[in-house]
Design a protein. Structure first.
Length: 660
């Protein structure tokens, strides 16, 4: 390209000392050729540029990421149209910004000349007749050597920061959008930045393709979530770049063209999409703005790859119904086939009810219990689905061994202490008699009793006649004594008999039952051991015999979880004949202990699923009124019975998964 003029560039000699970690911009110059002007940016290191078009006034913003500005002159006046001036500054510590002020709308393209970046402009042309001021601005960054394309007039496109900094009033309609989003290549680069910085050595064409793929992925995710989620949700589900929009009576089709420029998606409008749009949004993600516009106009979207189709909800509903009817009609037109499937582990009569739910309207399943076979008749496209389900359900089940231990322990203690006292005698001179009452009891000691009527009628025969025992004053003898002590005294006028009887018993009992059962996963198992008690009943003069279980029973349904533990539905029951309760018409009473629960246990672990503990203590005292309540001496006139018992019943359960 021949250059007509080449002004002295703004540069500094000290710029060559840049570090290797960042690029350095050492020269910015304006060049001119016939019908074309260009801005040339040179430096050391690879210069990565992002271009963004701005309007009001027209300008092009160039951001060099990872570059440092090393020039003395920060403003260069333009030499010819369309470049009015070039301004530059260090926008951020790692971003150098070059702003090219333009005299009017013009197309441009970015190319490379060695390590230099060249931005070429063509002379502005008049807008075609009939182009609306509301039409969208379309610019691009072509590959090196390609020709720039023309553009139409466009609404205002500004970054949010520049929008807030400007005080000039902009008449409606206006689009307060990030300027870089109006360039498809730059908009796509913004998606790439969210996924990580681009490699400086990457090929520009490869980087652009990668950015397009990332943009399509993001848009696909957005469209899918928007189709499955109600529109009114929190902003957290939107990932688009924030935009500010102030539109009044704008054609809907122009708004969707703007969405195309921002997102990089190919937008296709259904012919039924029409109408105008009035909307004011500030810093709203573009994908949320799209959803709002679609909702307000009864529209919806479909995303296929990077093509976004927008149509009315009525149109999409009609298409879905037509497609459904088409699929149904095609299925009804296919000739059904009949196949048989032999099951190995599952029961055909049980599995067929589950598989029937996945048949078409023309399908049916029968089962042959003798051969455990399924007979399936349906259209060919359904048979693979049924086969896949059958393969998943007809599998060998794992087996579980459940061992239960029923431990019953009992303890008892009884103590019985009693006394008997009898005395008789006469006063001096024989005028008075004193002694016990024969109705209370008679002393077992006979002989030597003073002659008096205070004798018991019972006695033993002797050579001298009948000898009688002394009547008892108190009779509190132990019920079944095992130990006794007696004291007797006889004199001419007085007789005394005193007895102490005692008994004590202790008992300890233990019963261990250990039922065991093996069953398949999710199958109920029952094991029991004991006695069946016959009960005879008479109904309508018909005698029948029924049997009641007095057994130790274990019922359990195991379920192996994904973590390897075992969930069990358990019933343990221990029923025995109670000998302490009298039988009614020959039918004994039953003593039952049972536990029913649902519990999760580790493989090989033991758990106590229930227990019953019964304790009782009883003290009975029989005594002579008043005298028996006296301290110490009252013990000679009473009987004391102490009974203590306790019973414990525990259920232990240990499941084990059988290998293989």
């Amino acid at each position: 390209m021949a250059l007509a003029t080449k002004p002295a560039p703004a540069q500094t000699p000290g710029a060559t000392g840049a570090g290797k970690s960042a690029a350095v911009i050492s020269s910015v110059a304006i060049t001119q050729a016939p019908e074309r002007s260009a801005v040339r940016v040179e430096g050391e290191g690879k210069l990565e540029v992002r271009a963004a078009r701005m309007q009001h006034p027209d300008r092009l913003v160039l951001d060099f990421v990872g570059a440092r500005l090393a020039v003395h002159k920060t403003v260069i006046p333009g030499v010819s149209a369309p470049v009015a001036a070039v301004r530059m500054a260090q926008y951020q510590p790692d971003v150098a910004r070059v702003v090219v002020d333009l005299m009017g709308p013009t197309s441009y393209y970015v190319s490379r000349d060695g390590d230099a970046v060249v931005i070429s402009f063509t002379a502005p042309k008049a807008a075609p007749m009939g182009v609306s001021q509301k039409s969208m601005l379309t610019t691009s960054v072509p590959e090196e050597g390609s020709q720039p394309r023309s553009e139409s007039s466009a609404p205002a496109l500004r970054t949010p920061a520049e929008h807030s900094a400007r005080t000039q009033q902009i008449p409606a309609p206006r689009f307060a959008l990030p300027g870089e989003l109006t360039q498809p290549s730059v908009a796509l680069a913004s998606f790439s930045e969210r996924n990580g910085p681009a490699s400086p050595e990457a090929n520009p064409q490869q980087a652009a393709q990668q950015a397009i793929q990332q943009a399509n992925t993001a848009a696909t995710t957005l469209a899918t979530s928007a189709a499955q989620t109600p529109p009114m949700q929190t902003a957290a589900r939107y990932t688009g770049e924030p935009i500010s929009v102030n539109l009044k009576d704008v054609d809907l089709r122009d708004f969707f063209r703007l969405i195309h420029e921002i997102s990089g998606l190919n937008v296709v409008l259904d012919p039924a999409v029409k109408g105008s749009l009035t909307i004011v949004l500030d810093e709203v993600p573009w994908d949320q703005a799209l959803d709002i516009v679609l909702q307000n106009n009864s529209l919806d979207k479909q995303l296929n790859g990077n093509v976004l189709r927008i149509a009315t909800k009525t149109t999409l509903k009609s298409e879905a119904e037509s497609q459904r009817d088409l699929v149904k009609a095609q299925a009804e037109a296919v000739e059904p086939v009949t196949v048989t499937r032999v099951l190995s582990y599952a029961k055909a009569s049980i599995l067929k009810d589950t598989l029937k739910k996945f048949l078409s309207s023309r399908g049916d399943i029968l089962s042959d219990d003798r051969s455990n076979t399924l007979i399936i008749r349906d259209i060919p496209s359904v048979i693979p689905i049924i086969d896949n389900l059958r393969a998943q359900l007809d599998r060998k089940s794992q087996q579980v061994e459940i061992e239960a231990r029923v431990v019953s322990a009992s303890r008892s203690f009884a103590e019985d202490i009693g006394t008997q006292l009898g005395f008789a005698g006469t006063t001096t001179g024989g005028r008075s008699l004193f002694g016990g009452d024969p109705s209370v009891g008679c002393s077992g000691v006979t002989g030597g009793i003073p002659p008096s009527p205070l004798v018991c009628g019972q006695g033993t025969a002797s050579g001298n006649g009948i000898t009688n025992g002394t009547p008892l004053n108190t009779n509190f003898a132990a019920g079944t004594p095992s130990t006794g002590f007696s004291f007797s005294h006889r004199s001419p006028n007085f007789a005394l008999d005193f007895f102490i009887s005692m008994a004590e018993s202790k008992g300890v009992g233990k019963l261990l039952s250990k039922p065991k059962v093996i069953t398949q996963n999710n199958e109920k198992a029952t094991v029991k051991q004991g006695t069946k008690i016959p009960i005879q009943t008479t109904i309508n003069n018909t005698i029948s015999v029924q049997y009641i279980d007095a057994v130790l029973k274990l019922e359990v349904t195991p379920q192996i979880t994904a973590e390897g533990t075992i969930f069990m539905d358990v019933l343990v029951e221990n029923t025995q004949i109670d000998q302490g309760i009298p039988r009614i018409q020959g039918v004994p009473a039953l003593d039952t202990q049972a536990a029913e629960t649902k519990v999760t246990v580790a493989d090989g672990g033991t758990v106590v699923i229930g227990g019953v503990i019964i304790s009782s203590q009883r003290v009975d005292i029989f005594q002579t009124p008043i005298v028996g309540s006296l301290p110490l001496i009252g013990n000679l006139f009473k009987r004391r019975i102490v009974t203590t018992s306790s019973q414990e019943l525990l259920f232990f359960l240990t499941p084990r998964i059988i290998p293989g």
